[in-house]
Design a protein around this ligand. Structure first.
Ligand SMILES: Cc1cc2nc3c(=O)[nH]c(=O)nc-3n(C[C@H](O)[C@H](O)[C@H](O)COP(=O)(O)O)c2cc1C
Length: 370
């Protein structure tokens, strides 16, 4: 099922200030391409289908975003991305992947996001924030700014059970009462997100973090009601939908890529349940529950998974996209938006390669790089 398209033709015809030569190239691309088509997600109109996936920056202190986040996200909004999905943002201090993660567990953090979301909007982009709890994979030394690697001793890691991730210390199994409090934590962070100016919320249920570890049969062998593996994620989505009137996205690991773990068929069924909770879009990723495979090894699998989930709900997918042709192919396969991750770290203005109009300050000097 594709998401609604709004005023596509009008939006396709854009030109850049400059020579007729550049205009010809831009128009030719626009007429052929779907990446530039706007999309509407439950009332949120997004200018194109080139989106930034969440990517941790490990630059915050006390969960508070700063100039780095303004510059990093601001540059990508100015560079033409349609939707920026802001990095994994913790709903509790212990839910951070690293001590330098951003958070939305207090109002000071929400206030610090306001100028960042305002600038993103000024550049014509929309922004969602990925709300997360890292569960048994929480509390690692940050990938930047630290010579130490691996799990930080003494961190309170929690999980459906006590099985550790890789060489991490064993987590503490959450009690039924503690689990029942988790939806309210996500809902409170979602309310702060909307106060901070975010247009949508993404629930992180992928990569082996807390919500994924409830969904996967490898990590959830509970015998209480949360042994029904999708229950906590459904409760989180329902609580967030009840608390805020913005689209809710869910990032899933479509497969655990190992025997006894989640398979794509399970995720298609999960998507149906999430649709019934009011979720607007599934952001398709994979793996992370075990240290078994890296993204590079599995990135080619995601578009195929997304096409199957896309029959249930609108979908966005990563997939090692480097150039616009790869993104276009993905959209032709029924995926609603292409997520450009690592390539966008190299090139904040990646969407200009697909014909997006440069901001006025760049237009006079811009040369076609495609
Ligand atoms: C530096 C970095 C940080 C990342 N942080 C997150 C994150 O916070 N949340 C998440 O769901 N995925 C995270 N990812 C995964 C990306 O969102 C994306 O799925 C992955 O890079 C594959 O997309 P690509 O092939 O376009 O790079 C991160 C990836 C990178 C490279």
């Amino acid at each position: 099922m594709g998401a609604t398209m709004a005023t596509a033709t009008a939006q396709r015809i854009r030109t850049i200030n400059g020579s007729g030569f550049f205009n010809c190239i831009t128009l030719r691309y626009y007429y052929g391409g779907m990446l530039n088509e706007p999309i509407e997600l439950d009332g949120l109109v997004i200018r194109n289908r080139m989106w930034l996936p969440p990517m941790c920056q490990y630059q915050a202190e006390d969960g508070i975003p700063n100039d780095w986040h303004l510059v990093h996200y601001g540059a990508r909004a100015a560079g033409g991305f349609g939707l920026l999905i802001i990095e994994s943002t913790a709903v509790t201090p212990d839910g951070r992947i690293s001590p330098n993660d951003v958070g939305l567990w207090n109002d000071e953090q929400a206030a610090a996001w306001q100028p960042i979301t305002a600038f993103i909007h000024k550049m014509g982009a929309k922004c969602a924030v990925q709300l997360a709890h890292a569960g048994r994979k929480a509390g690692v030394y940050p990938a930047v700014q630290s010579e130490k690697k691996g799990p930080i001793p003494g961190w309170d890691r929690v999980s459906p059970g006590t099985e550790p991730f890789a060489n991490f210390p064993a987590p503490r199994a959450l009690t039924t009462e503690e689990i029942a409090e988790i939806p309210a934590l996500f809902a409170a962070a979602a309310v702060r997100a909307v106060t901070a100016g975010f247009d949508a919320v993404e629930i992180h249920a992928a990569h082996g973090y807390l919500l994924h570890s409830f969904v996967s049969p490898l990590t959830n062998t509970r015998e209480d009601r949360y042994g029904e593996r999708s229950l906590l994620l459904r409760e989180v989505c329902t609580a967030v939908k009840a608390a805020v009137d913005v689209p809710v996205l869910v990032r899933v690991s479509a497969s655990d890529f190992c025997e006894g773990g989640l398979q794509i068929e399970d995720t298609v069924e999960l998507a149906k349940q999430l649709r019934d909770c009011g979720v607007s879009l599934i952001d398709v990723s994979g793996g992370g529950l075990t240290p078994f495979k890296s993204w590079d090894a599995i990135e080619g699998e995601f578009p195929g998974f997304a096409s199957r989930i896309g029959k249930v709900l609108p979908v966005a997918s990563v997939g090692g996209i480097l150039n616009p042709a790869q993104g276009e192919r993905m959209l032709r396969e029924g995926i609603d938006a292409a997520l450009i991750g690592r390539a966008a770290l190299w090139d904040a203005s990646w969407p200009m390669r697909a014909g997006v109009t440069p901001p006025p300050s760049y237009a006079q000097g811009v040369r076609d790089q495609r």
